[in-house]
Ligand binder design. Structure first.
Ligand code: GTQ
Length: 368
């Protein structure tokens, strides 16, 4: 412990030469030398070293940005008229961060977000893929996702997991449009050239309620057989909002003012995050409350389940109301304020902390 501490002290003090020496630039190198390097697929490190390894804090291109549901909704409904489901497979408008290039289809460096529309009677065909995905139901009733034969109703605020490589398809048996938010770890999986999909025929559906209504009905209770077998990776695929909302309300009574009332969605058998790469949590902001979550190395997106308010992200103000979604970069300073003095606000958060933990680089910073 002492050694760890000393190491940190030694290496956080910048030697003088580091401050003084400016690194050599590309332009300083003879043209003929640069051309020889290029011809041989070589690159000098030092001109771009600070790009790859900036001092103290990563370079962040992710813009703090809000996508308003009032803006998205009419355009998504129009997509319903313009593009039949057969021509879309998934009828989705991607929430793309302008700081990362719209064409790169990412809300943060690791989180893909889309708003998906399904109309009554439509089905989005069965497939499975390497990226992990979740759905967070935003509007409408009567839609469902089937994951490995388990039928998962999607009512407003419900979280549905579609873990990597598991078969999933969507349908809609109700009236009116249904919209949900998709979040995937697609940016990472695509960047490492590991993203692909396999199409399948429609799954046979098990004739029983989903596991949130049966085997994992209540926290603290597991099927007895779970004690003496290998824990399952994805035992629970649906987290109904009615239960999460009630849990937040009860938890709030024990959390001091200004302390975030925040619950993590976890695997009930292991207590760990429910997907390998992305983490999910629900926050309640009590009337008039403002919170400043600890600054951390993870990037996070927030989706408004109920209420309205304002956030400050690295000094940028973002106003939000119901069904809006906003992105926050890694290492960001974040404040979130409930704009109402008499109603609670509820947010759903997706972050990349699980993948950062697995990579051994997740950090929280105790700012003054
Ligand atoms: O519903 O399976 O937004 O495969 C992107 C890729 C949704 C889905 C997206 C997908 C899906």
């Amino acid at each position: 412990m002492l050694i760890m501490h000393l190491r940190r002290e030694i290496f956080t003090v910048a030697p003088d030469w580091q401050k003084m020496a400016a690194l050599g630039t590309l332009e300083e190198l003879p043209l003929e030398y640069r051309q020889s390097l290029t011809r041989l697929n070589l690159l000098p490190l030092w001109p771009s070293l600070r790009n790859f390894l900036p001092h103290g804090k990563p370079i962040r291109n992710t813009a703090p940005v809000v996508w308003r549901y009032d803006d998205i909704r009419p355009l998504l409904l129009r997509a319903g008229e313009l593009t039949p489901i057969e021509k879309a497979e998934r009828r989705v408008l991607v929430l793309a961060n302008p700081g990362l290039g719209l064409e790169n289809a990412r809300a943060t460096p690791t989180i893909y977000l889309g708003m998906q529309l399904i109309l009554p009677g439509e089905t989005a065909p069965n497939h499975r893929h390497t990226p992990s995905a979740i759905r967070f139901a935003v509007e409408g009733t009567g839609a469902y996702t089937v994951v490995e034969g388990e039928k998962l109703p999607m009512e407003r605020g419900d979280l549905i997991l579609t873990p990597p490589q598991l078969w999933h398809e969507h349908g809609h048996e109700g009236q009116g449009p249904v919209v949900w938010l998709d979040a995937l770890d697609l940016p990472l999986i695509h960047d490492i050239e590991a993203s692909y999909c396999i199409d399948g025929t429609s799954q046979p559906i098990a004739n029983r309620p989903d596991a949130s209504q049966t085997a994992y009905r209540r926290a603290g209770l597991l099927p007895y057989t779970a004690l003496d077998r290998v824990k399952r990776d994805f035992p629970l695929l649906r987290f109904p909002w009615t239960e999460v909302r009630a849990a937040l309300g009860d938890f709030a009574g024990t959390v001091g003012p200004g302390e975030p009332v925040r619950l993590a969605y976890v695997n009930p058998e292991t207590g760990a995050e429910c997907l390998p790469t992305l983490g999910f949590s629900a926050l309640m902001l009590r009337p008039g409350e403002e919170i400043a979550p600890v600054r951390r190395s993870a990037s996070t997106i927030f989706h408004v389940i109920e209420g309205s308010g304002e956030s400050t992200v690295d000094g940028t103000s973002l106003a939000w109301s119901e069904a809006d979604t906003f992105a926050t970069p890694t290492h960001a300073e974040i404040r979130i304020r409930n704009g109402s003095s008499d109603a609670a606000a509820y947010l759903f958060a997706v972050d990349d902390a699980p993948m950062q933990r697995r990579l051994g680089l997740y950090e929280e910073f105790a700012d003054a």
